[in-house]
Write a protein that binds this ligand. Structure first.
Ligand code: NAP
Ligand code: ZN
Ligand code: ZN
Length: 382
């Protein structure tokens, strides 16, 4: 044990991660899943000793993304368990490796959905690490080739060690807890809006007013767009307007959908469940585009080719954003006073928060206060 370093709590359920025994002091308290049905339980993660290019971060806050629910419950595939989710990480640098000059202890930093990529394919060289031809290294549940294929573990924990190339700078103007969701929900919606070159006067549609959706509204408004929210929840009408939406449409009402026909240039679809896209394509103008961001566990109903052809519409996907673009988004948000509307939760409420997220009952992002991971009463239940 290194003198002066905090003594971690006793192991609840140890995670087996291959590391040299000499680094066994780098223990982080965490919450994660041990099987698809386990829910989130206290765990302990062994973080690597920072290498030359590494930044060690004491995590303060981590957002709860719907992808965390899909992943921990094994809805996309059965992941390697135990699995500590969390890819909306904000904290302060605690140590840096010898080659790190851009970050210093005390700096406020963030980590999003990736912690590495091959760094040499065309995508990586273009700053599109999320589309790395060999696959980016996800922040959790991914083998990490530069670290002996150890499975990465995410941000529902007290610390993490990440290569400096995948660490973002959190501008001082942003509240750290409200900034955490920008690392996934923010960049995932910013990237397609930028790709479509949204500007003043463009009409943007946002489908689903959850974590991603509310960020899409705020960012599109900050870009000068006229924003229409399509929601299944009548209860969210007023809130959508408070977020800045110019129009709100109840997507389950066919007449309201008809009335919105040919009014939108680009749609950002964030729905986490299978749904029929054809009514949304009807709301697009000539040469409009629909970006599919939600990744439901089940197949979606087919899209009518005629709808696409008759208005030269594009149906596109989009995956988070590159590291350079993520920094650009953080600076954009700081400059425009944009952050997430959050509800901070203790570790003891993570499972309840997941259930509320699935029920659509969150305004609009839960953020875990990682200080509560240390609460002894929680760990005793493990
Ligand atoms: P979320 O906070 O749960 O929001 C999803 C919203 O979709 C809900 O608030 C709800 O809005 C709407 N919805 C309508 N029908 C639904 C249903 N049957 N079940 C669930 N939601 C329904 O989720 P999120 O964190 O924003 O994530 C949304 C999706 O994006 C997830 O599938 C996630 O995995 C995916 N994602 C993709 C990327 C990417 O890179 N492409 C990145 C992050 C997340 P209304 O009440 O307004 O209808
Ligand atoms: Zn996410
Ligand atoms: Zn690559």
């Amino acid at each position: 044990m290194t003198p002066g370093r905090p003594v971690p709590p006793p192991l609840a359920k140890p995670i087996t991660v291959e590391h040299p025994p000499s680094v066994a002091t780098n223990l982080a308290a965490a919450y994660g899943a041990t099987s698809p049905g386990s829910g989130l339980v206290p765990l302990t993660v062994l973080r690597r000793e920072p290498k030359d290019d590494d930044v060690e971060i004491g995590i303060e806050f981590c957002g709860l993304c719907h992808s965390d629910v899909h992943a921990t419950r094994g809805e996309w595939r059965i992941p390697p368990y135990p699995l500590v989710p969390g890819h909306e990480i904000v904290g302060k640098v605690t140590r840096v490796g010898a080659a790190v000059t851009e970050f210093a202890p005390g700096d406020r930093v963030g980590v999003g959905c990736m912690v590495d990529s091959c760094r040499e394919c065309d995508s990586c060289l273009d700053g599109l690490e999320q589309y790395c031809e060999r696959g980016n290294v996800g922040t959790y549940g991914a083998p990490d080739p530069r670290n002996g294929d150890a499975i990465t573990q995410g941000g529902y924990s007290t610390s993490v060690v990440v290569d400096r190339r995948f660490v973002l700078r959190i501008p001082d103007a942003l509240d750290p807890a409200a900034a955490a969701p920008l690392l996934c929900a923010g960049i995932t919606t910013y990237s397609p809006l930028r790709y479509f070159e949204v500007e003043e006067g463009d009409a943007v549609g946002v489908v689903g007013l959850g974590g991603l959706g509310h960020m899409a509204v705020k960012i599109a408004k900050a870009m000068g767009a006229e924003v229409t929210v399509f929601t299944t929840s009548e209860t969210k009408f007023q809130a959508a307007r408070e977020l800045g939406a110019d129009h709100v449409v109840l997507s389950t009402d066919p007449e309201a959908m008809d009335a919105a026909g040919r009014s939108i240039d680009v749609i950002i679809d964030t729905v986490a469940a299978p749904h029929d896209l054809n009514p949304y394509f009807r709301t697009l103008r000539l040469e409009g585009a629909l970006f599919q961001l939600g990744l439901p566990a089940e197949d979606m109903p087919p899209v009518s080719p005629g709808l696409l052809i008759r208005r030269r519409l594009a149906y596109a996907g989009s995956l988070i954003g590159g590291i350079h673009e993520t920094q650009e988004m953080l600076d954009f948000c700081a400059g425009h006073g944009v952050a997430s509307d959050i509800e901070v939760v203790d570790a003891s409420r993570l499972n309840e928060a997941y259930d509320r997220m699935v029920a659509g009952d969150v305004k609009y992002r839960f953020v875990l206060d990682t200080a509560t991971l240390h609460q002894p009463s929680e760990r005793a239940d493990a």
